[in-house]
Design a protein around this ligand. Structure first.
Ligand SMILES: Nc1ncnc2c1ncn2[C@@H]1O[C@H](COP(=O)(O)OP(=O)(O)OP(=O)(O)O)[C@@H](O)[C@H]1O
Ligand SMILES: [Mg+2]
Length: 408
């Protein structure tokens, strides 16, 4: 019998790559790694898990991947899965699957997940609750769209990440002020959306053959846009112990419909959503991937589930284990500095350690003298865990109120 292969594509050996390779190797199939680094960069613990290693010069070029696979198929191997945890590889790999008739995320689906204008169009036709929007290419079209949709609005790239080049629009003057910058970051068009007021949350959903088989929700405190707007605002992600609040179950059902409408049948999706004051759910966006490391870490702290293992096992073996009971709530607080330049002082940490010390499971405290980071993950973080969701939320709120990081 020709061997069955699982092909994993990555630009480099970051820690998630190691986890993906280990999870893929925990199967009856041979693991092929396609990577831009030379073979000597393979970390020691991974070497024995990799059957074939293909060094290539561009993992995001479908032609390069097709040629790497052609070399493998000379041995008449059959390919079971071709995957990557890098969002930038999704559309190129879907192109390869289409060309070689491989199973996995189809091309149209990959594109729906990577282009927020296509995503919203699909959702509108399927009746998924989401913000009204326009896709525009010129400043005057942006002003017209803003007038038609009504203020306030959000202006953002169609394939943005980490809230980069994303702006709250309060006036038509704001449209003119920010348009060129967003356009430069998003040459295929700029999205203008009605501003959704509410709490912001994530919902990770796992679908197997179209059926929702697993979900988990986290709260963002405050919404990421507010975080990047205000220097010194600490950002927190809270994973409640209670897996199935009435509204998270409802949101998970809507999130599952939303990602199914984009074409996902088997896989994990990181969906972001708003809970408005009246309790209604508005879906914000969806990615066909595991969530950020922060959310994966919280899930692991809460019940031992590692989301990368769960995802790879689903892709490779088509299996999802029932979630174990959750013994803890967990949260991450990302500490951000106000002012510019370098950190001059960090205040309030001793009080947080005194009050919430027993809940702290890991911490990376910001160091005086380092440059202040503007991103939502800031200059350091504290991870909290407790059997009580309320205790975790209180620790988070206390840390957000008390810790002050100032610059020069
Ligand atoms: N229509 C909207 N109404 C209110 N806030 C919004 C809206 N669209 C975006 N935002 C805010 O901007 C942030 C970034 O937008 P979005 O999630 O679309 O982009 P992103 O950069 O892809 O984020 P990610 O890092 O999650 O991939 C959101 O987390 C949210 O706080
Ligand atoms: Mg987002």
């Amino acid at each position: 019998m020709p061997p069955s292969l699982v092909i994993y594509v990555t630009q480099s050996f970051d820690s998630d790559a190691g986890r993906c390779i280990r999870a893929a190797a925990d199967s009856p199939y041979r693991v092929v790694v396609v990577c831009e680094e030379p073979p000597r960069a393979i970390p020691d613990g991974l070497r024995d898990l990799i059957s074939v290693y293909e060094e290539v010069d561009d993992v995001f070029d479908p032609g390069v991947i097709v040629r790497a696979i052609a070399r493998l198929q000379a041995s008449r191997a059959s390919i079971r899965v071709l995957f990557s945890d890098d969002e930038r590889a999704q559309v190129p790999l879907a192109r390869v699957r289409a060309a070689l008739k491989l199973p996995g995320l189809p091309f149209d689906t990959a594109r729906n997940f990577r282009d927020k204008a296509l995503m919203k169009r699909v959702w509108k036709t399927h009746g998924i609750p989401c913000a009204d929007y326009r896709l525009v290419r010129t400043e005057s079209a942006a002003v017209n769209a803003a007038s038609a949709l009504g203020l306030p609005l959000v202006m953002k790239p169609i394939d943005g990440m980490r809230s980069a080049n994303t702006y709250r629009i309060r006036s038509l003057l704001d449209v003119r002020r920010y348009f060129d910058g967003v356009r430069a970051a998003s040459p295929r068009g700029v999205l203008i959306e009605q501003f959704v007021d509410g709490e912001e949350l994530s919902c990770e959903v796992v679908l197997h053959k179209g059926r929702l088989v697993w979900y988990s929700s986290t709260n963002y405190i405050p919404p990421p846009l507010k975080v990047v707007e205000r220097r010194g605002e600490h950002f927190a992600v809270v994973l409640p112990r209670e897996r199935q609040g009435a509204d998270t179950t409802r949101a998970a059902g809507i999130a599952a419909r939303a990602v199914r409408s984009l074409g996902l049948r088997t896989g994990m999706s990181h969906v972001e959503w708003f809970r408005r004051a009246d309790g209604s759910v508005v879906i914000s966006e969806a990615a066909a991937r595991v969530p950020s490391a922060a959310i994966s870490t919280l899930a692991h702290l809460a019940d031992g589930t590692h989301l990368i293992d769960l995802w790879v096992r689903l892709l490779v073996l088509g299996q999802v284990d029932a979630p174990p009971p959750r013994r803890f709530a967990a949260a991450a607080v990302f500490l951000r500095g106000s002012g510019r330049g370098r950190i001059r002082a960090v205040r309030g940490l001793p009080g947080v350690i005194e009050k919430s010390g027993p809940l702290i499971v890991a911490a990376d405290y910001p160091a005086v003298g380092t440059a202040i980071e503007r991103d939502w993950d800031g200059n350091g973080s504290i991870l909290f865990r407790s059997p009580s969701t309320r205790a975790v939320v209180e620790a988070v709120e206390h840390a957000r109120r008390t810790i002050r990081i100032t610059g020069w």
